[in-house]
Ligand binder design. Structure first.
Ligand code: BLA
Length: 314
């Protein structure tokens, strides 16, 4: 009896997805198009002196080797923002992606707004965070400054979008106590659960930008810049999307796209190399380990408690 009702429920879910997909297709819309439209509109509302970055011309529309998958890219800057860049991939039912990153200029210690939304025919991967620029555990004042007051919002969404099981252990150091890492089962969850979370997180980040004051302390500026560089170095080298991008665009374009667009700044914000920041990836011959993770997967449950204390159950 139980399995029958499960089946019926599955059928309903499938019909729902079909209806939604055909609707999106009819409007020629990707799953995350509304998200991106919302973000660009909000950015223009909140932020002064905004302009398009020249790199957006070169990478604006990328058709993949398969001839059908399309990546739309856009990039902006403003007085306070070094780069707002969005990559959205529309490969039909097989793959829908919204990868968004917003980095402030190094005069600000603002967190990095970050989304990695990936939907394939069978699964959804949701990462949404204000990635801290400085280590949260070592800098309690940084945590207090940006994250403490957002905990009620985060706790609400942690219920709605439950923790997505084990992940690359190294990634945890780049995440904040308000991170959403989830793998919702239904496509409807993207619209009904992820979109509201995305709107609230972006709004929260833009409010931080509104009140942020630049520092003139050269030491603080270079500390912020190095933190950005380290972050970009991690992502440019070990991002989980790397293989897929290489398959879509070939090695050469993929490399240029990653270093010049996706993780712009990795070649310009600093001179240190990956191994200077992450020596644990050093192989005996001096090369970088090809493994994405040397620690493996960990954190079966959300490692922060509702007060934002890092308290992992290992
Ligand atoms: C999966 N993306 C993931 C996962 C995380 C992130 C945590 C789960 C798998 C894992 O634990 O590594 C996201 N990881 C991050 C982020 C940071 C981090 C944001 O360390 C920041 C510091 N992703 C893209 C693009 C594609 C993509 C463009 O940005 C595809 C073209 C795909 N992400 C993608 C895929 C997976 C994924 C395919 C699943 C891969 C897997 O399960 O190993």
């Amino acid at each position: 009896k139980k399995s029958r009702s499960n089946n019926r429920w599955d059928l309903e879910a499938i019909r729902g997805v079909r209806a939604e997909l055909s609707c999106a297709r009819a409007k020629n819309k990707g799953l995350y198009d509304d998200f991106l439209d919302f973000a660009v509109e909000k950015l223009h509302q909140h932020v002064q002196e905004i302009s398009k970055l020249p790199i957006q011309d070169e990478f604006s529309n990328m058709v993949a080797l398969d001839g059908v998958s399309l990546t739309k890219n856009c990039a902006y800057e403003s007085a306070k923002i070094r780069i707002f860049r969005a990559a959205s991939i529309d490969a039909g039912n097989a793959l829908q992606v919204l990868n968004l990153a917003i980095c402030a200029r190094p005069e600000y210690d603002l967190p990095i707004f970050c989304t990695d939304f990936v939907s394939t025919a069978s699964r959804n991967i949701i990462v949404l965070d204000l990635n801290p620029l400085h280590n949260i555990e070592q800098n309690p004042e940084y945590k207090e400054k940006y994250f403490s007051e957002l905990l009620p919002m985060a706790n609400k969404y942690a219920q709605i979008l439950p923790w997505g099981d084990k992940l690359t252990a190294e990634s945890i150091q780049f995440f904040s106590p308000i991170v959403i890492w989830s793998r919702p089962h239904q496509r409807e969850d993207i619209q009904n659960k992820v979109f509201p979370a995305f709107q609230d997180y972006l709004e929260a980040w833009l409010q931080m930008v509104d009140i942020a004051q630049p520092t003139t302390n050269p030491e603080q500026i270079s500390k912020n810049q190095e933190a950005h560089h380290r972050y970009l170095m991690w992502r440019a080298t070990k991002d989980p999307g790397r293989n897929m991008l290489a398959r879509l665009y070939g090695e050469q374009l993929c490399e240029r796209y990653i270093s010049e667009f996706m993780f712009n700044g990795v070649n310009t914000l600093g001179t240190k190399g990956f191994l200077d920041y992450f020596p644990e990836y050093n192989m005996s011959d001096g090369s970088i380990s090809k493994q994405r993770s040397v620690l493996g997967r960990s954190y079966e449950q959300r490692p922060w408690d509702s007060s934002g204390h890092f308290n992992p159950v290992l």
